[in-house]
Ligand binder design. Structure first.
Ligand code: BGC
Length: 291
């Protein structure tokens, strides 16, 4: 077994925000294969899948992968990185993409811990351990953009960690939150409903740099969806997930999954779209700036 505290951790680490080219990044991580890595000299204590919902952030992705592989290797994890995308016709949906990532990663390997991670957040301290404790853990406690202050006490967005069992118990994320906001608050409500409490790493360790980007359009339906969340909890989540895989490619530094939703699978969401019509819902994606 690898030691409880990985021996090479140093605390604060530099964050390189310059996007290196793919060849350079790939050559830095010779031992990473299919987006995965495990320690050579000991048996990892944790099998961790990092799930990243993604759209149109090629520059961020290079910065992220360059930073994260070094970080995770040092933590002596048996890990895999999954970049999950939805067809461009359909508005972005963070919760749905995490559910897809959870299923796809679980079908590849016996991961026991899942880290739900935004692509624009980079940990600044390697004592911030990417494993799953007894209770769900919120990791992105202190972000530079927000003056290293937690926005509100129930926040569970940005970067969070849950065991396979915890995520299955709460039925994953809701699939209904298209656009920006609310899906993490809804997940928090699911945890509370199931009598889980969230744990947090100390804010001097759980520090993150946020890469800059345009603020996405807020989903005007999110408050309404949050209020009705409890009624949907048992039927909206990983047990109701429907999608079609357009491609699943095991690249060197990550597994790239792209999915779509059939028109029929979009129907339950239509009243939460901007127009209330699934056909226009598809077309409206272009005007719905979610990148
Ligand atoms: C949104 C969350 C988001 C949080 C912090 C809330 O208003 O509903 O999804 O994580 O703000 O930005």
């Amino acid at each position: 077994m690898c030691p409880l505290i990985p021996p090479e951790l140093v605390g604060d680490i530099p964050v390189n925000k310059y996007p290196l080219n793919w060849t350079v990044i790939e050559s830095r991580y010779k031992t990473v294969v299919n987006g995965s890595h495990r320690p050579e000299k000991c048996t990892a204590r944790h099998k961790v899948a990092l799930l990243i919902p993604y759209r149109n952030r090629a520059r961020h992705l290079r910065i992220f992968l360059n930073h994260m592989h070094a970080f995770l290797i040092k933590q002596q994890l048996d890990y895999g990185i999954y970049i999950v995308e939805i067809d461009e016709d359909i508005p972005f949906n963070r919760g749905f993409l995490f559910n897809v990532g959870f299923k796809e990663a679980s079908s590849d390997y016996s991961y026991d811990c899942f880290i739900f991670h935004d692509v624009d957040l980079l940990p600044q301290n390697d004592h911030n351990l990417y494993n799953c404790p007894d209770q769900p853990r919120h990791l992105s406690v202190a972000i530079d953009k927000f003056m290293y202050k937690l926005a509100y006490s129930t926040n569970f967005g940005g970067v969070s960690a849950m065991t396979k069992e915890q995520f299955t118990t709460v039925n994953g994320f809701s699939n209904f939150f298209f656009g920006w906001g609310g899906e993490d608050d809804d997940l928090y409500n699911r945890l509370v409903y199931h009598k889980m409490t969230i744990s947090r790493t100390m804010s001097d360790v759980a520090r993150y740099t946020m890469l800059s980007h345009k603020q996405a359009t807020r989903n005007p339906q999110r408050i309404k969806l949050l209020r009705s969340g409890k009624q949907r909890m048992q039927t909206d989540g990983i047990n109701s997930l429907e999608y079609k895989v357009l491609q699943k490619i095991h690249r060197k530094l990550y597994v790239h999954v792209t999915v779509t939703l059939e028109e029929s699978a979009l129907r339950p969401f239509k009243k939460f779209s901007l127009s209330g019509n699934t056909t226009i819902f598809r077309r409206s994606a272009a005007n719905f700036d979610l990148s």
